[in-house]
Structures are given as structure tokens and as C-alpha cells.
Design a protein around this ligand. Structure first.
Ligand SMILES: [Zn+2]
Length: 261
């Protein structure tokens, strides 16, 4: 089984002490390529640096997460534009809207999201998107740019069936994480994950966050790692009524086409 983790926050400090071991474990568990999420100005630099150090295995995105929207300046915009041109950077983002925590004011989030939509349109690279509790505003803005970008993935999708259908109608890809394994808040996803066309379903860990709650044994440190992607793949396969081999093969092909791996 060969898997691609399309969302791994490998720049996170929790990976600093054993990065090479984590990467090795991912490879031995069939995760052959990973897209390292860039979620801030410096984090995007770091993601690019990791991709350069592991050519063919790690790739990067470049963007500013809505949590950090208040930090977005003209300098950031110019810098992201530079990064977006780099061959290792395969998508613009993580960008989007997060009204769940509102770490940045909504008007600032909207402005910063639109500026990054424009970067993707100008550079002609796909979008790596984040949306929480902001479906209405997010959809309205995305609609205006969807035709201008080659592809878009709504990463870590956690919203409703109606929201899913809106994104599929916009020809978006959908990223599913171990959120689906969370019996407290992810069970609704199990009911409609089969509605995602096989060529638009991407799978991801969002490591070090979202350790799948159904992994046994649960690691004592609670840190999620790309190696657990196989577990997520198996859970999704069961909900879709298909074999894990099929889910793996299709999502890997979809990821390779999306990110040009
Ligand atoms: Zn996210």
C-alpha cells in the first residue's frame, strides 16, 4: 500500500527532536510522500526548507492560516508570492476562514484569504484550504476565484453534508483526516464520506494534531504522525464500502495528480 499524506505539519516543534525517525516510520508504513503544510510566514519558509532537504519525498505549501491573519503584511504577501513560484511548493495555503476560534478578526481573515486566493490565481497553483464554522463566507469568496485556479482542496473537512455538496459542486477536492475516527464529533462524516468521488478524495493526518482516537494502542505522547495515515485510510475505506487497497490506490493517484508529485 502506497499512501500520500497531503497535510502534515512537520515544521511543528514536537518533531524537532526525532524528525528523521518520524520520516522513516512514515516510509516503513507505506507513506511514501508527504506535503508539509506552510501555515505562517516563517512556517512556510521552514516547510520549503524541509522539502528541499528531502526531494521527492517531502513537498510544501506556502500560506498563512486564518489564525495568523493579523500577522499578514504587504511583506508577507510579497514573500508568499516568491515562495509560490518555487518548484517544491505545490499549493498556496494553508489559507481560509476559521470562525470557530476567531484568533484573528473576521474582516481581517476575509481580506487575507482573498489576497492568497489572488496569489494562487496569479501563480496558477492549487489551493490548500481551511474552513471551520465559516462555510457561508468561505463559499462565497471561493466561488469568485474557483475558475481562476487549477484546483482546490478543502483540507480536514469536518462540516455538514450540505457543505460537502457545495464544495463538490465547485469541483473541489476534499481532505479527510482522523477527525472521522472521533466518536464525539466525527461520526457524521462516516455517513457521507462515500459521496466523495474517488478521484477527489485526499487523505491526511494533519499531524501532530488529530491523533485518530481509534488507533490501538494509543501512543502515550498523543502526538499524531504520518505513519498513522494507513489507519485513517482503513477507516475511510470501511465507511465507503470499499477495500483499503482501493482507497489507498485512488487517493494516492488523486494526490499525485493534484500536487503533481
Ligand atoms: Zn487546517
Amino acid at each position: 500500500m502506497q499512501l500520500v499524506d497531503i497535510g502534515a505539519n512537520l515544521t511543528h516543534e514536537s518533531f524537532r527532536h526525532d524528525f528523521d525517525t518520524v520520516l522513516q516510520r512514515a516510509l516503513t508504513h507505506g507513506v511514501i510522500q508527504m506535503v508539509v503544510t506552510g501555515a505562517s510566514h516563517s512556517g512556510s519558509d521552514h516547510a520549503l526548507e524541509l522539502a528541499r532537504r528531502h526531494p521527492g519525498v517531502l513537498y510544501a505549501t506556502a500560506g498563512v492560516h486564518p489564525h495568523h491573519a493579523v500577522d499578514y503584511s504587504d511583506l508577507t504577501d510579497a514573500h508568499l508570492r516568491e515562495l509560490a513560484h518555487m518548484p517544491e511548493v505545490r499549493a498556496v495555503g494553508e489559507t481560509g476562514l476559521d470562525y470557530n476560534r476567531n484568533y484573528s478578526p473576521r474582516d481581517v481573515q476575509l481580506d487575507v484569504f482573498e489576497r492568497q486566493l489572488q496569489i494562487a490565481a496569479d501563480v496558477g497553483k492549487p489551493l490548500f484550504l481551511h474552513q471551520r464554522d465559516a462555510h457561508h463566507d468561505f463559499l462565497a469568496l471561493l466561488k469568485r476565484y474557483r475558475d481562476k485556479v487549477p484546483a482546490a482542496v478543502v483540507h480536514c473537512f469536518t462540516d455538514t453534508r450540505e457543505a460537502l455538496r457545495d464544495y463538490l459542486a465547485l469541483d473541489c477536492h476534499i481532505g479527510i483526516t482522523g477527525w472521522i475516527c472521533d466518536e464525539r464529533r466525527g461520526t457524521h462524516l462516516r455517513e457521507f464520506v462515500r459521496e466523495i468521488p474517488a478521484n477527489r478524495l485526499l487523505i491526511e493526518t494533519d499531524a501532530p494534531y488529530l491523533l485518530p482516537r481509534t488507533v490501538r494502542p494509543q501512543p502515550s505522547h498523543r502526538r499524531n504522525e504520518p505513519m498513522y495515515l494507513k489507519h485513517i485510510c482503513e477507516e475511510i475505506a470501511r465507511d465507503r464500502g470499499e477495500s483499503a487497497e482501493d482507497t489507498a490506490a485512488n487517493s494516492t493517484a488523486a494526490a499525485r495528480a493534484f500536487f503533481r508529485l
